[in-house]
Design a protein around this ligand. Structure first.
Ligand SMILES: Nc1ncnc2c1ncn2[C@@H]1O[C@H](COP(=O)(O)OP(=O)(O)OP(=O)(O)O)[C@@H](O)[C@H]1O
Ligand SMILES: [Mg+2]
Length: 351
């Protein structure tokens, strides 16, 4: 059983509409870093706020450690739940020094213990020399680390962070992904992070929870999620993909599609006739004599790779669009006909 458990959590803001969060079941292990990932309005923040106790579920049960923090008959206030919250805008007190900001959440300690704990967590986030400064004298990334230090100071059971990277520019964002995970690991804390950015989610979490329309679509490690997306929504939301429909072959290992036979990574247990396959652009490699051929429509250079948009001849007569990635050093000319192979490891059947 998980250290944090959400059981059938549902939230109606308005009884006439469908719920903002719908029957969410989630088990989180101690020390795990989990992200809630999904498009705007899918219910991430609402879920986080219900765990924190800022919002009441309409139905369901939430347990943190041994403590039932919410069920039909009782609901503990946020300060009784053993959570540390990092808000999107950090919510530091501008008129208090960094030390005082961090000390704020420490209630049941004497002054000496408080000082010691503040020093510890400021060291943990690498800001031990900044205690006397005020928030406005710190950079965005530093302010965020202060907010995290403040959340960690009372040794909460779980740290909750809503969009921790959204206020940061691209460079700092990448750095902070690394630093935040490092700090959370060192503090040995369980954490739930909300983000709408797949890169953030993949970089920081043990497992990712993809949500859409208030419903959990898939819970998996980043690698599983990318390689074996469960349905079309996940396949398209998490990275780029090509979705093709086809018929499952008798060997249960190939799918007959408009562009030809596509090999699956292993035999499937799926017994449906008509299926959908997701083929990742990274799984397609330009080669001299590949199994598939297509005409190059467009090439977009990203620096790390080239995104090549192809049109493939298809049985239906309508050319099938397909996106593949090519290494930057490879010459790919618009209008030329190229051939490629598909690696089965990056092919998945989806619902
Ligand atoms: N206090 C509220 N009253 C009424 N509806 C609300 C309230 N808070 C959220 N909602 C609705 O619930 C749904 C989920 O909102 P939520 O804030 O959880 O989304 P989100 O996934 O965090 O989106 P974003 O990525 O934009 O922050 C939305 O349709 C939103 O309009
Ligand atoms: Mg939100």
């Amino acid at each position: 059983m998980g250290f944090i458990q959400l059981h059938q959590i549902t939230k109606f803001f308005n009884q006439d509409f469908k719920p903002a969060v719908d029957s969410v079941d989630l088990d989180i292990e101690k020390g795990e870093i989990i992200t809630l990932l999904g498009p705007s309005g899918c219910g991430k923040t609402t879920t986080l706020r219900m765990i924190a106790g800022f919002e009441q579920p309409s139905v369901g049960k939430i347990q943190i450690g041994d403590l039932v923090v919410h069920n039909d008959s009782r609901s503990l206030p946020p300060e009784k739940r053993g959570i540390g919250m990092v808000f999107q805008d950090y919510a530091l007190f501008p008129h208090l020094t960094i030390e005082k900001n961090v000390m704020f959440g420490l209630k049941k300690m004497n002054t000496r213990e408080k000082r010691k704990r503040v020093k510890e967590v400021l060291e943990l986030v690498g800001l031990d020399d900044y205690g006397r400064r005020f928030p406005h004298e710190l950079s965005g990334g530093q302010q965020q680390r202060v907010a995290l230090a403040r959340a960690l100071a009372p040794r909460p059971h779980v740290v909750l962070m809503d969009e921790p990277f959204s206020n940061l520019d691209a460079g700092l964002r990448e750095k902070m992904r690394f630093e935040i995970t490092n700090i959370l690991r060192k503090a040995n804390t369980t954490a739930i992070i909300v983000t709408h950015d797949q890169k953030d989610a993949f970089a920081v979490s043990d497992r990712v929870v993809v949500m859409n329309d208030g419903v959990i679509q898939q819970i998996a490690t980043p690698k599983e999620m990318y390689r074996c997306p469960k349905n079309c929504f996940v396949a398209q939301f998490v990275g780029k993909t090509n979705l093709l429909t086809g018929t499952l072959c008798q060997d249960l290992k190939h799918v007959d599609t408009h562009i030809g036979k596509v090999c699956l990574p292993q035999r499937t247990e799926n017994l449906l006739d008509q299926v959908k396959v997701s083929i990742r652009p990274e799984g397609c490699h330009l080669v001299e004599q590949g199994r598939y051929t297509g005409k190059v429509e467009r090439v977009t250079y990203s620096g790390e790779y080239q995104e090549v948009e192809l049109r493939l001849p298809s049985e239906t007569g309508v050319a099938e669009p397909m996106v593949i990635y090519a290494p930057v050093e490879q010459e790919v000319e618009v209008g030329s006909v190229v051939s490629f192979d598909i690696k089965p490891e990056l092919v998945a059947l989806v619902d």
